[in-house]
Write a protein that binds this ligand. Structure first.
Ligand code: UD1
Ligand code: CA
Length: 451
């Protein structure tokens, strides 16, 4: 079996997106579109996946710290991009190279494997799709059914190639390496864009009597390229609907499914319940019987069995334990960890803080860099003052402690188990276990002069 590697072309600027962000980093359901392409390729080619980067290369590299990269200093076209990647692939001992544009986030493993199987051992093969509107895609030119070339839309001359067909190039190829090495130096940039087109390798291959195959992949949406904001929106909607459909089939209960935006990276167990509109992305796990109500945003979280996330809550990088209750209107930031049956209520923000089993912070509170013991009660308006303008400090609250309303806990500070803090206190010293701390002005009642 010949050994195959993969190359993703991701160096382009993406002019038609009108954005400073490199096109392959534009997000589809919260993930850069390149992440989807790379994931599918890695499931087939393991770590033999190279990404060609150029425009804003550092940004792309930073998004994939474990990626393998090849640098294309000047974006002289897709053929030029491949020629920059070839030395790395050859040096690594591969015989064949699969190449795909970085802007096809809907590509699936099935489609990829199907293409590879149909391409067989051809010297050169590409995926062809049928589109009602062939748009700006490269046109597949055949003569009496015989493949002749791929001609870019801009360069299409009807007098020379005949009526434009609806069969277009999907932007996915496989080459035998010796053939690619032979053909690439023959590319020229004599075309409307002044670029070295990978697509010109088809006609060159035919000229050299190589076996060249245009693999028909039907009308599949999965190979749509993203070049404009409109195409990004369309592809995102397709991926969203596909993901929601799969979850419904697996036994997840979904209300208003048309407005549930959930990324395919998210894992939702059967029996969990989601209500739209909501947005769930990143490496999130939602366990059985958990509920995420409408108007919530959840990213990179674990929501435990039976936990309830009420409407208008925003959660990122948080762990919500079994049966815990969050919201409405709660904010959990990275490092928030809520143990079993704990409660975080409305207008409560939690960051890098642990809330022990059954502990409650039900109203208007900020808990940052803190640890709250099991069964503690945090009164309305409690603030951990964790920042002095230079450094962050920790607040430790013991088990079953009771913090009265409107308390400022000036960190570093600790409140012992079963201790009690009077409402309106500013606590700057540790409170020993079981004691009562009151730190506020004494009330004076003064008789008023009669008018
Ligand atoms: C390309 C194909 C077209 C096909 C379409 C499918 C060419 C010449 N045309 O057109 O036949 O129908 O894809 O979607 O290939 N890139 C680089 N370096 C460069 C230029 C581009 O890495 O110098 C990368 C881009 O980042 C992108 C990919 O190559 O991911 C394709 O480039 P793009 O400009 O999107 O090509 P299309 O015009 O869509
Ligand atoms: Ca494209």
């Amino acid at each position: 079996m010949p050994k195959s590697a993969a190359v993703i072309l991701a160096a382009g600027r993406g002019t038609r997106m009108h954005s400073d962000r490199p096109k392959v980093l534009q997000r589809v359901l919260g993930e850069p579109m390149l992440a989807y392409v790379r994931k599918v390729l890695r499931s087939v080619f393991d770590d033999a996946v190279w990404m060609v980067v150029g425009h804003q290369a550092q940004m792309v590299q930073a998004a994939f710290p474990e990626g393998r990269f090849v640098f294309q200093a000047e974006q002289l076209g897709t053929g030029h991009a491949l020629s920059q990647a070839l030395p790395a692939v050859i040096a690594a001992g591969y015989d064949r190279v699969f190449v795909v544009n970085g802007d096809v986030p809907l590509l699936s493993e099935d489609i990829l494997r199907n293409f590879l199987a149909k391409a067989g051992n051809a010297d050169l093969a590409f995926a062809a799709i049928e589109l009602d509107d062939p748009g700006a895609y490269g046109r597949v030119v055949r003569e009496n059914g015989q493949l002749r070339a791929i001609v870019e839309k801009k360069d299409y001359d009807a007098a020379r190639y005949g009526v434009e067909s609806h069969e277009v190039n999907a932007g996915m190829y496989i080459f035998s390496l010796p053939v690619a090495q032979r053909l690439l130096p023959r590319l020229t940039n004599e075309n409307k864009s002044g670029e070295y087109y990978i697509t010109d390798m088809i006609a060159l291959g035919l000229e050299e009597n190589c076996t060249v195959r245009g693999v028909e992949c039907g009308r599949d949406d999965a190979l749509l390229g993203v070049n404009t904001p409109g195409e990004l929106a369309r592809v995102e909607e397709l991926l969203r609907a596909r993901t929601v459909g799969r979850l419904l089939e697996s036994g997840v209960i979904i209300h208003a499914p048309e407005s549930v935006r959930v990324s395919p990276l998210v894992d939702v167990e059967p029996g969990a319940e989601l209500s739209g509109p909501c947005e769930i992305s990143g490496h999130t796990l939602i366990e059985r019987e958990a509920q995420v109500s409408s108007h919530c945003v959840v990213r990179d979280c674990v929501i435990g069995v039976g936990a309830e996330i009420r409407s208008f809550s925003h959660l990122e990088g948080a762990r919500v334990g079994t049966g815990a209750l969050v919201g409405p209107f709660a904010r959990l930031r990275p490092g928030a960890a809520l143990e079993t049956a704990s409660h975080v209520g409305n207008f409560v923000e939690v960051k890098n803080a642990l809330l022990g089993k059954g502990a409650k912070a039900n109203h208007l509170t900020y808990l940052g860099d803190a640890s709250v013991g099991a069964g503690a009660n945090i009164g309305a308006g409690t603030i951990t003052c964790n920042y002095d303008g230079h450094h962050k400090y920790k607040t430790i609250i013991g088990e079953r402690a009771f913090i009265g309303s409107n308390t400022a806990l000036v960190a570093p500070v600790s409140v012992g188990n079963n201790a009690f803090v009077g409402a309106g206190s500013v606590i700057t010293r540790d409170v020993p276990e079981g004691e009562l701390a009151v730190a506020r002005g004494k009330q004076k009642n003064i008789v008023r002069k009669k008018k």
